[in-house]
Write a protein that binds this ligand. Structure first.
Ligand code: ATP
Ligand code: MG
Length: 408
């Protein structure tokens, strides 16, 4: 597979660079549209050597490469190059283009295809003029990306480089590899978003099941949680995040928010009671008598504050899901219910009475699952002679009232 490819027979070639983790129909439509509209002989897909995601795992390079081969095999004008995958160390586009130029005839025109989002980055971060002098860029429109920003950047370039970038309108496909990975993780379908062969490949090798998916943001959260939680609590946290993600997939909630809220729901749990009370004071959390007498119960409200100040979470839905994950409250949002239930049923939990029933209900009817788990928790705490927080009782009454209204 390592033979030096020669492109001397072509007058116009285009490079389609990307992480392709995994390749999806958005990439293919972009490449084929540019090929047709610009009269290009050959599009060479070049999976990057080192993906920006977590998968420094060399095995993933092979997966990304093979999926790109599978996806392009049906198009006689497409091919895939291992040039970056096989190059040691960090890969730079400049080196890749230099190497390709040597394999083309001198008058061959080389284009570089990117999405409007990616070229914006290239132009702002790397030595753009060097790149622009080596090849022309074709920036394709991408849903969710505003072209005005790019037009402004192009305008700010020196005159001789302005003409080196063509902005091309293509059929909009709102697909990203990030979304594909999250869908697989959440157990949602990726049919028709990637070629069938890529879909089969992903399932066959069980890709994107868990740790392969994390963004740097989630990695940072995990690293911090790992240092402040006990191993058992950390494992529980991972289980809750995973379960919340699956529930989000089942009920159509935002899977990123569910995952992050699941990860962070217990971020204050391993503080001592003293530390909890001291931090409640610092964050001006008003404590009722029950919270004062059972400081551990503060961990959810405090967790929301810590998630905000120490983990940089600003989304109020995520923060509320953390704040009410223990007591619940009347009129809970879907995300609050998801984190509440994920905490209750996650797979690493030791078995307790009633768990199976809630596990069953969780994917059938989330309201019923919340009602049953609130009842279980209230009864359990009564038996243990603990005080019951009024928010939990109010949450239960609210849901039961709603259930009754629905029946009438
Ligand atoms: P990720 O979500 O991991 O960033 P991605 O979907 O953006 O993945 P890349 O491998 O980063 O995929 O993209 C390779 C190139 O394809 C980039 O130039 C990107 O802008 C472009 N591209 C990706 N998806 C689309 C799309 N749906 N429409 C147009 N261009 C796209
Ligand atoms: Mg991208």
């Amino acid at each position: 597979m390592n033979q030096i490819k020669d492109y001397r027979q072509y007058d116009k070639i285009a490079i389609m660079g990307g992480t392709f983790n995994p390749i999806h129909n958005g990439h293919l439509v972009a490449a084929e549209s540019v090929r047709q509209q610009m009269g290009i002989d050959r599009v060479i897909f070049i999976p990057t050597g080192k993906p920006p995601h977590k998968n420094a795992n060399p095995m993933f390079n092979e997966h990304r490469y093979l999926m790109t081969v599978l996806a392009t095999v049906t198009n006689p004008n497409f091919e895939v190059s291992r040039i970056e995958i096989d190059r040691a160390g960090l890969t730079y586009t400049i080196d890749t283009i230099t190497e390709l130029k040597m394999r083309c005839k001198p008058e061959c025109k080389i284009y570089f295809i990117t999405g409007a989002d990616a070229i914006q980055e290239i132009l702002t971060w790397k030595e753009p003029e060097k790149l622009l002098s080596m090849c022309e860029f074709v920036a394709v429109t991408r849903p969710g990306y505003k072209n005005e920003k790019l037009v402004k950047t192009i305008k700010s370039l020196k005159d001789k480089f302005k003409g080196r970038i063509t902005l091309l309108e293509i059929p909009a496909l709102s697909i990203s590899s990030t979304d594909i990975r999250h869908r697989v993780l959440a157990g949602q379908t990726i049919k028709y978003l990637v070629p069938a062969s890529v879909e089969e490949y992903i399932h066959k090798f069980g890709l994107y099941k868990a740790e392969d998916v994390y963004s740097p943001e989630i990695e940072a959260i995990n690293a911090k949680l790992h240092s402040v939680l006990t191993p058992k609590r950390y494992k529980h946290t991972q289980g809750v995040a995973q379960e919340a993600l699956q529930l989000a997939g089942r009920y159509g909630a935002d899977s990123d928010k569910a995952y992050i809220a699941g990860l962070l729901h217990d971020c204050a749990k391993c503080l001592t009671d003293e530390e909890k009370l001291e931090l409640c004071d610092r964050y001006s959390l008003v404590l009722d008598d029950i919270l004062k007498s059972q400081p551990d119960l503060t961990h959810s409200f405090l967790g929301a504050k810590i998630a905000e100040t120490e983990y940089g979470i600003t989304d109020s839905e995520i923060l509320d899901a953390i704040a009410y994950h223990t007591t619940g409250r009347p009129d809970m949002s879907l995300l609050e219910k998801i984190v509440f239930i994920a905490d209750y049923i996650e797979p690493n939990r030791d078995y307790f009475e009633g768990l199976d029933k809630v596990r069953e209900l969780a994917y059938e009817d989330i309201d019923k699952a919340v009602i049953t788990s609130l009842e279980n928790t209230i009864n359990y705490n009564k038996k243990k002679k603990r005080l019951i927080h009024p928010l939990g009782i109010a949450a239960l009454e609210y849901l039961k009232r709603e259930e009754k209204n629905e029946k009438h």
